[in-house]
Design a protein around this ligand. Structure first.
Ligand SMILES: CC(C)(COP(=O)(O)OP(=O)(O)OC[C@H]1O[C@@H](n2cnc3c(N)ncnc32)[C@H](O)[C@@H]1OP(=O)(O)O)[C@@H](O)C(=O)NCCC(=O)NCCS
Length: 249
């Protein structure tokens, strides 16, 4: 009984269902420090019977934050870890996909009350998808599409006519946005350099004489025009295209 309660506190039902091999449960990540496939926990059938697409609630916060970290782990946003839920300045539609263990997917879309308040491009009243992701083992079942349809319905009810999204060069996400009718508009680079202080490339990018006493550069992260892609690809240890897409509703 005691184990049962303890496991419920951590959002894990694996031991209750299987009774063994508790370490294989994805939701025990924070106990065991490793991410393992959630498919070991329960069957697709059982998952679907609990699955709901609904509005985010305050009490989802911890589960939402954990889901975001794990959903981005295999994407170019792996190091974009958010430890608190932001407060939006404008109205926002926050949709989650949940099963009996908590949040497994999320989509936040902030939208304008006044034109120009949220969007990068000028035009009709618009919104921006700031966060979207699904835990890896819940992908390919139409859950992101279902969350997007729920968000779109609400956006239209609020007279929002277009939505923008900023995303990097992840194939899965790019394919998904294109399939939903998003159209590529423009891009810039998200570039990362590192090295020792004697490195001629770093010297070119930094005025090291004015830096004071430092030992080396762990990571120099900067944005650059897309036209510099070829040149920066040769010297950066990490380089992403950041692309903005737009969809008419
Ligand atoms: C991009 C992402 C959110 C898509 O989520 P998803 O839930 O897998 O998306 P969907 O299931 O709606 O669509 C994906 C595929 O499932 C298919 N699908 C849709 N409904 C389905 C259903 N009922 N059963 C089975 N498959 C289905 C879709 O046709 C699509 O396949 P296709 O592209 O080969 O045609 C997800 O890959 C992800 O979280 N990626 C990492 C995080 C990330 O990059 N986020 C974006 C940052 S801006």
């Amino acid at each position: 009984m005691h184990t049962r309660i303890l496991l419920k506190v951590f959002g894990c039902f694996h031991k209750i269902e299987r009774g063994d091999n508790h370490e294989k449960c994805g939701y025990c990540f924070f106990i065991h420090g490793t991410w393992r496939s959630y498919s070991n926990v329960t069957s697709n059938k059982l998952r679907r019977s609990y699955m709901k697409i609904r509005d985010y609630r305050e009490e989802d916060q911890a589960s939402w934050l954990r889901c975001r970290v794990l959903s981005f782990m295999d994407s170019s946003y792996f190091d974009d870890v958010q430890r608190d839920r932001e407060k939006y300045d404008n109205p926002v539609i926050q949709i989650v996909a949940v099963d009996h263990n908590g949040v497994v997917g999320f989509l936040d879309c902030e939208y304008e009350e006044k034109q120009g308040d949220v969007c990068y491009f000028k035009g009709d009243r618009g919104g921006v998808i700031w966060h979207m992701g699904l835990l890896p083992d819940y992908r390919g079942q139409g859950l992101a599409t279902a969350m997007w349809h729920a968000a779109k319905k609400r956006l239209k009810e609020n007279h929002v006519h277009r939505v923008e999204v900023w995303t990097q060069d992840d194939l899965e996400a790019t394919r998904w946005y294109l399939k939903q009718g998003f159209v590529f508009k423009e891009a810039y680079l998200n570039a990362y350099l590192k090295g020792s202080l004697g490195d001629p490339t770093l010297k070119k990018f930094l005025n090291l004489q004015d830096c004071g006493d430092i030992f080396g550069i762990r990571s120099l992260n900067f944005e650059a025009p897309i036209e510099r892609k070829e040149e920066l690809a040769d010297i950066c240890y990490r380089l992403h295209e950041v692309r903005v897409y737009e969809a008419e509703l």
